[in-house]
Design a protein around this ligand. Structure first.
Ligand code: BT5
Length: 324
């Protein structure tokens, strides 16, 4: 059962820009008016700005900057992406909890968010440094009816959604480095990790993990990373409201995802290529078969990389170590 205070916030949030009387609140929550008064006092101490007017009741004016489920749900304009939100101050990895929820049948669009991760991970079990607050660490559960080999398209879609949100909200142009990094001024701002549970021809569920450096100082990162990463705060010299940013990402994601399910990958492919890091430039590739230099030409329908080798032939690359 949801805690009374959480329910109180939901009630106040749902009567946006209108007063709701203490009597109504106590009836809805089945508690005394004195308890309501006590909860309101506690919420104010937690940073909620609530106006109280005699004979009218209470109105929620402003929510605090720190994250919580109620803060995250407040004013989210999506139909299903993020409508079921689980927030925890600390998790081993939001991926782990999202997998657990997905296995037990949670609805598509379920989002897990944490302030810190003690074992955040990237691809191939690489470490994702996120045992500090200020970033956005979140995982989204999806159940698309697409072929499993099209799943990489959703990593690319996610990168486009995050880039669009950054551009819309902060008017900053970012670039996407194949396949899953978001780059700003040649440094890594965000990464995306897609994990899937599938049979040969059917995806049971996908978990898309998104990690973005937002309000951290660069000093929180390990020494080795400090010259390779960037946060939005470092660039803009101001704190970003993570809740607004997360909403913007979720809303962008839902738009693109619905478009993808209806019209396929083409529109996403185009947006991705428009933002691609080093497109048209020479890159060095190391594949199990050979090391070579080639011109980065674009991406294929299945998300693979297209390069033009020194003979002028176009090659499709599914995985490679790339020196950008
Ligand atoms: C990624 O992997 O870029 C995917 C990162 C996904 C993180 C999210 S956070 C929410 C969810 N929960 C998780 O546990 N994971 C997801 P990859 O392309 O393998 O890049 C990993 C590399 O990025 C590391 O080896 C470092 O070089 C670098 N790195 C680690 N932490 C970073 C950070 N906070 N910011 C930028 N780069 C980082």
């Amino acid at each position: 059962m949801k805690k009374n205070k959480e329910r109180l916030i939901s009630l106040l949030a749902s009567s946006k820009n209108a007063y709701i009387s203490g009597e109504n609140l106590s009836e809805e929550l089945q508690v005394t008016r004195t308890s309501i008064w006590k909860y309101i006092k506690e919420l104010k101490e937690e940073g909620y700005e609530i106006e109280a007017i005699r004979k009218k009741g209470y109105m929620l004016k402003q929510i605090p900057l720190h994250l919580s489920e109620s803060v995250l749900k407040w004013d989210l304009k999506t139909a299903f992406i993020g409508q079921n939100i689980i927030y925890r101050p600390v998790l081993s990895s939001t991926q782990d909890m999202a997998h657990e929820l997905a296995r037990s049948g949670c609805e598509a669009g379920t989002l897990v968010i944490a302030d810190k991760q003690t074992s955040g991970r990237g691809r191939l079990n690489r470490e994702w440094e996120s045992n500090h607050s200020g970033g956005i660490w979140m995982s989204l559960v999806l159940r698309p009816e697409i072929a499993p080999n099209n799943a990489p398209q959703l990593t690319l879609l996610s990168a486009v959604a995050v880039s669009n949100a950054i551009e819309k909200l902060l008017a900053i142009d970012v670039q996407i480095k194949w396949p899953n990094d978001i780059f700003l001024h040649n440094k890594k701002l965000a990464g995306i990790l897609t994990e899937m549970q599938a049979e040969v021809d059917k995806i049971n569920y996908l978990v898309i993990g998104i990690g973005i450096n937002v309000n951290q100082q660069i000093e929180v990162f390990g020494e080795e990373l400090q010259s390779k990463v960037i946060s939005l705060k470092e660039l803009l010299d101001q704190e970003i409201d993570r809740k607004t940013f997360i909403h913007c990402i979720l809303e962008e994601f839902e738009l693109l995802y619905n478009d993808y399910l209806e019209n396929g990958f083409k529109p996403i492919q185009k947006s991705w290529v428009d933002k691609a890091y080093k497109i048209g430039e020479e890159i060095s590739l190391k594949t199990p078969k050979k090391n070579f230099k080639a011109i980065f030409e674009g991406i294929e329908h299945d998300g693979s990389l297209l390069v033009e080798n020194s003979n002028g032939d176009i090659e499709k690359i599914y995985s490679a170590e790339i020196d950008w």
